[in-house]
Design a protein around this ligand. Structure first.
Ligand SMILES: [Zn+2]
Length: 113
């Protein structure tokens, strides 16, 4: 039910925006979901029609774009992807890596009327 709550929070956010900006209908929503956000895009898609029912986002087209995670190596300064299985720097094999992106979850854009 995790994803249902998340999907509902997206609808809440859209409702707030609509009050602030005065739009009446949402035609399209574009979400960005980080690889390590713990959010499964397929579940969001599944719950969206339920969460959006009777809201201004009902019937809106939902686009979800996955963002790959990026890491920084504290040893050699490498920045980029790291294999989930190996969990070490691909350049120097250090385990001193820190995630710099990949936990994002946000509404990137709304198409409104
Ligand atoms: Zn390294």
């Amino acid at each position: 039910m995790h994803e249902l709550a998340i999907t509902e929070s997206v609808i809440d956010l859209i409702n707030r925006e609509s009050r602030e900006k005065g739009f009446k209908k949402v035609l399209g929503i574009s979400l960005r979901v980080g690889e390590y956000s713990g959010i499964i895009p397929e579940c969001i898609k599944e719950f969206f029609p339920i969460a959006a029912r009777d809201s201004i986002a009902q019937g809106a087209e939902l686009e979800i774009i996955s963002l790959p995670a990026a890491f920084r190596c504290m040893e050699c300064g490498y920045e980029g992807a790291v294999s989930r299985k190996e969990a070490c720097c691909p350049r120097c094999q250090s385990r001193g890596i820190r995630m710099i992106s990949g936990r994002e979850f946000y509404v990137d854009s709304l198409k409104v009327e």
